[in-house]
Design a binder for this molecule. Structure first.
Ligand SMILES: *Cc1c(COP(=O)(O)O)cnc(C)c1O
Length: 388
């Protein structure tokens, strides 16, 4: 991989050591230029006029996202974040008391809150000995009341990769919809919806995909789509065909709304194309190797505990320092020009409670990070903990 080229194409690499890629990665210049150029042109030509003149470019964004996921463009919807995409499917399922939802222990706060709000019964599948979702426990819990299997591929707060392919195969055999939150895996792992066998998949643009903030997307399998009417519709997701009638859009666009930010939508397309050109298998491999190097170096530091578990791990590295609150470690790293973040209990109550985890520092690596940057991070953490 030509890392020096990708760093040269990323203005932020010259400014900061960025290990907050699971929060928002540094975008390549082509993403920023695409957005800014479009906004400038919109200002002088008119928003509707420019959109009409460049219609094909927007259709290309659907095609790019489809290529990223191994899907068809008509099965892709675009949104302003991952949460809205996920909610569009979840609330269309109209689950309630008497229904059962199976999820994973590492589940994300926004998803869990929606489960609770629905009134359905939530069952948290156990972890296996490696720390990933236990597929045998999942299978045991399936009965006639289970209406949804829903989980994250990669959680927000650790380096775990859940066995999504195996879960997808179980869901398919049981005929239960499988909703996969791929927010942290899109852009760092090679995704393929046929292999994942998910009914729906949601993801965001700003994290590992390096897209603009305020972008997200959704894939929905046609079989699931055809039986789901979104909880909210507008004149884009449906057509008012007669005074007393409407028809829902036949494609995944039924999960969208009409108004959007066209400039950042094109920026998302540029980010996806950039990732595809490098190749997701190559990105996945480099991220895995860099993260393993960081975990190993941190594990060798006195007073540091690494929290990541799982048979398969990815680019998110989480740790805490004995006697030092994680927000303080993060602040001191920031003063040294190193970006990290802190994971909180309120992001993942099931797992924080079950494992009695402390708030942890999250250092999420991307392919544009270097061995030197990892060494700088580890040296700085060693300095901070030695002084404590
Ligand atoms: C960030 C995140 C989300 C939410 O994504 P938004 O784009 O902020 O809506 C959902 N799930 C996981 C696991 C995340 O890390």
């Amino acid at each position: 991989m030509d890392v020096s080229r990708y760093r040269a194409e990323t203005p932020g690499c010259a400014e900061v050591i960025h290990f907050n890629n699971a929060g928002a990665a540094l975008p390549p210049a082509v993403v920023v230029d695409t957005v800014v150029d479009y906004l400038r042109e919109e200002a002088v030509r008119g928003g509707y006029e420019l959109a009409a003149a460049t219609r094909g470019r927007f259709e290309d964004v659907y095609a790019s996202v489809a290529r990223l996921l191994g899907a068809r463009a008509e099965d892709v919807a675009l949104a302003d974040n991952a949460t809205r995409s996920w909610q569009a499917v979840f609330y269309a399922l109209r689950l309630g008391p008497g229904d059962k939802i199976l999820t994973c222990r590492s589940e994300y706060a926004s998803n869990a809150i929606a489960y609770l709000q629905s009134g359905a019964r939530v069952e948290v599948v156990a972890d296996d000995a490696t720390g990933q979702l236990d597929v045998a426990d999942l299978e045991r819990r399936i009965d006639g009341n289970v209406k949804l299997i829903s989980m994250n591929h990669v959680p927000t707060h650790s380096g775990l990769v859940n066995p999504a392919e195996q879960v997808g195969a179980i869901a398919e055999r049981a005929g239960i919809p499988f909703l996969l939150d791929a927010c942290q895996s899109a852009g760092q792992l090679d995704l393929d919806v046929t292999r994942l066998r998910c009914g729906a998949l949601s993801a965001t643009g700003r994290k590992y995909l390096r897209g603009p903030r305020g972008t997200g997307f959704l894939y929905v399998h046609p079989r699931l789509r055809d039986r789901l009417e979104p909880a909210m519709l507008d004149l884009h997701s449906a057509t008012w065909t007669a005074p007393g009638r409407y028809e829902v859009d036949p494609t995944a666009k039924r999960f969208e709304v009409w108004e959007r930010n066209f400039g950042i939508t094109l920026g998302l397309g540029a980010a996806v194309d950039y990732a595809l050109e490098i190749g997701l298998p190559a990105i996945e491999e480099r991220v895995r190797v860099l993260a393993a190097r960081l975990r190993e170096a941190l594990g060798a530091l006195a007073g540091i505990t690494v929290h990541d578990r799982g048979a398969r791990k990815c680019g998110i590295v989480t740790f805490s320092a004995a006697g030092l609150p994680s927000p303080e470690v993060k602040e001191r790293l920031a003063k040294a020009g190193i970006n990290t973040s802190v994971t909180h209990r309120t992001s993942a109550q099931y797992e924080f409670t079950a494992r009695d985890l402390p708030e942890a520092v999250r250092a999420s690596v991307h392919y544009y990070n270097t061995d030197d940057e990892i060494d700088a991070l580890v040296t700085e953490i060693g300095r901070i903990t030695a002084a404590a």
